[in-house]
Ligand binder design. Structure first.
Ligand code: GAL
Length: 677
């Protein structure tokens, strides 16, 4: 009898083991690391649990988060116990399971008192499976726990990485040619009598000689040919056309660059680098200097990258025992930033501009000294130190503004700082980091801000890019030279909080950069430039793509055509060309047909593939492209025979882009979305 029981026990054990072989747990390292979303997904430590529930193994998952796995029809089922993390929060969370893009199971929306919920889903036949955690209401809040979560796979199979679902694009940008090429802005602005500081971006083999033929026509302007830097002060308002020539052994290039002396700054979207994503609190003057060195080593300024921005963490902590300001109210810095002026001088010596960070509240988002009630002193101090850009981050101002009416609450602190910056004898770009609160896009320009954040923080997953595109679709009409919708730092390259490299697939990164270019969104890198790889470098040194972002007309793209899982966006460019982005929003490769009529274009147009920098012949009516999953095909259309704007839309030179795009919208609605006549 004893032997028999022993035999049964062995059988039971091996059956369980056999079963385990087919169970792929979500907390296994190679699966867990594919989760992407708002922060790190980590294995639960001992004692951590779901509110009111128990499980043997599990993951702490911030919301939103998404896991995509290719199961090739070999998966059987999914099951998991889902609930709020033990430190309850106010958001309602749920877990959803998608097969081949279709929602097949979900938990109810759970709050912190709901207790855990077991979810199971039949995955038979699925090519790919997506599991996401989503918060209802505020999608950027809340942590959940997924316990005892596994996919049952057929014997011998494991899920594969999502990138194998669709062909992934490699480096498309051709090697930069030896011949001189002007990149980036053709136009820049400065206020009368304030210091001018503009480095002319030009690539090509070194040594490369740049000069301005008619410099002497603009009193007060100087040219530093070591750094290709236009400096000086110009007192008289007006538009000054500078004839710039670049020569090297391979050839010569010319460009007319316009300097607007007037009220507007940032006539094209700011391009640069910010410290937060790479270093967060560990930022130091030393690291900032290293990034300025990296700019130089990578020749980034030749493509228009011009700002180095110090984010939160240079000030004194609000709860520190030491003073946070001196007797005159001037802000003091922590030990990692011994000399703010010297740091600015160093960055300027490379021909780059420098920015810093503060908050209208008493403390910043991570508890450092803010500018509340010190706005004027701080503006003067930043100018005195020689800074060119201020990221002004809402943070603790919510506590000050309690009880105010909505619009005033959000607008007021930016109005105060905007006025103080405007009064300086130095141009400091004002970035209203207001997360879209109070519809900042509608009033940003009125508070002397040159850019404004319309979204919460951007994280390196596809949902973040789609959210930003929704914002572009809703808010493009508020963009114009000197006023830009911002969608946060770009999430390409090495970004610390995702534990290293971006989790966007290569295709998704093409969509990310293409859409930032189309939306005229400030392009601010967030990666550690010392760890940059060739692929990331190729994304940020494609002069033809950057030209779209920096176009002088400053018109953001409107969505002109769309269907299930795809969209086409168009923006008019200075000089009569158009840029078009054909975005595959689905996981699988598809052919997209862009109908020129949807963007109001008639006649024959020449097509240039901007990522590959390759001419694609001429088109009339429709242009087709095979676009891999989550990738974007970015083209430039130039007028050829009979090319014109549709009568119904009028002439772009006579009509504002706003009115034109309204008409495009009207036409799109009446003509339906996807058909090409
Ligand atoms: C956040 C902001 C980030 C970063 C951080 C610093 O609110 O969105 O971009 O600046 O604060 O504390």
């Amino acid at each position: 009898m004893k032997n028999f029981l022993f035999f049964v026990a062995i059988l039971t054990l091996s059956a369980a083991q056999a079963l385990d072989v087919n169970r792929v747990y979500l907390d296994e390292d190679d699966i867990r690391s594919r989760f992407a979303g708002n922060g790190i997904v980590r294995v639960c430590t001992n004692g951590e649990s779901i509110v009111g529930g128990e499980f043997k193994r599990g993951l702490v998952v911030p919301s939103p988060a998404r896991l995509c796995l290719v199961t090739d029809g070999k998966a059987k089922s999914f099951s998991a116990t889902f609930g709020q993390f033990e430190k309850p929060n106010r958001s309602m969370l749920h877990l959803r399971v998608w097969c081949d893009g279709k929602l097949i199971a979900q938990t109810p929306e759970l709050n912190s008192t709901s207790g855990p919920h077991r979810v199971t889903a039949d995955l038979k036949g699925a090519r790919w499976v997506e599991i996401d955690v989503h918060a209802v209401g505020n999608p950027w809040a809340g942590k959940s726990v997924i316990g005892d979560a596994f996919i049952e796979m057929e014997e011998g199979f494991r899920p594969r990485d999502i990138t194998c679902l669709s062909r992934q694009l490699g480096v498309l940008t051709p090697k930069s040619s030896d011949e001189p090429r002007f990149n980036g802005p053709k136009v820049f602005g400065a206020r009368p009598g304030n210091p001018v500081f503009f480095r002319i971006p030009v690539s090509g083999a070194k040594p490369l000689n740049v000069s301005i033929e008619n410099l002497s026509e603009v009193p007060g302007l100087k040219f530093n040919s070591d750094l290709n830097l236009i400096e000086g002060r110009v007192e008289n308002p007006g538009v000054y056309s500078l004839k710039v020539v670049a020569k090297n052994a391979a050839g010569e290039a010319r460009r007319e660059i316009k300097l607007h002396i007037g009220e507007k700054l940032s006539l094209t979207p700011p391009m640069g680098w910010n410290s937060w994503n790479a270093f967060a609190h560990d930022v130091s003057a030393e690291k900032i200097r290293k990034m300025a060195d990296a700019f130089e080593r990578l020749n980034l300024a030749d493509y228009g990258w011009s700002y180095i921005l110090v984010d939160d963490g240079w000030q004194i902590k609000a709860d520190a025992k030491e003073p946070r300001r001196d007797k005159n109210g001037v802000q003091l810095t922590n030990e990692r930033f011994p000399d703010m002026k010297a740091l600015a001088d160093y960055v300027h010596s490379k021909g780059l501009k420098i920015g810093l960070y503060s908050s209208p509240g008493p403390v910043t988002c991570t508890g450092y000294e803010g500018s509340f009630l010190h706005e004027k002193t701080d503006a003067l101090t930043y100018a005195d130190w020689g800074y060119d850009f201020l990221k002004y981050d809402w943070c603790s101002y919510g506590n000050i503004a309690k009880g105010e009416t909505v619009q005033l609450k959000y607008l007021y602190p930016y109005l105060i700082m905007g006025r103080n910056l405007r009064a300086l004898k130095r141009d400091i770009v004002h970035y209203a980091c207001a997360y879209g609160f109070g519809d900042v896009a509608t009033w940003g320009a009125s508070v002397n801000a040159q850019c404004w954040r319309t979204t919460r923080d951007l994280f390196d997953f596809w949902g973040g890019i789609l959210t930003a595109m929704d914002q572009m679709d809703a808010l493009w009409r508020f963009v114009s030279p000197g006023g830009w919708n911002d969608m946060d730092m770009m999430v390409i390259g090495d970004i610390h909080w995702s534990g290293g490299k971006t989790r966007l697939t290569p295709n998704e990164q093409y969509t990310h950069v293409s859409m930032w270019a189309m939306g005229a969104v400030p392009m601010i890198l967030g990666c550690d430039l010392d760890k940059i790889d060739d692929f990331t470098l190729s994304l940020i040194t494609n002069g033809e793509v950057i030209d779209i972002n920096q176009d002088s007309l400053g018109a953001a793209a409107a969505k002109v055509q769309c269907g299930e899982g795809w969209s086409c966006w168009a923006r008019p460019l200075d000089g009569g060309d158009f840029a078009v982005a054909m975005v595959n929003e689905s996981q699988l490769e598809r052919e997209i047909l862009f109908c020129l009529e949807k963007a109001g274009l008639e006649g024959r147009w020449a097509v240039r593939d901007l990522w590959r920098q390759r001419d694609e012949g001429e088109v009339v009516r429709g242009y087709r492209a095979k676009v891999p999953g989550h990738a974007t095909h970015l083209i430039r259309l130039s007028p050829r025979e009979g090319a014109r704007l549709s009568d119904r839309l009028g002439d772009i030179r006579e009509n504002s882009w706003l009115r034109r795009a309204e008409k495009i919208r009207g036409q799109q609605q009446s003509a339906g979305c996807a058909d090409c006549p």
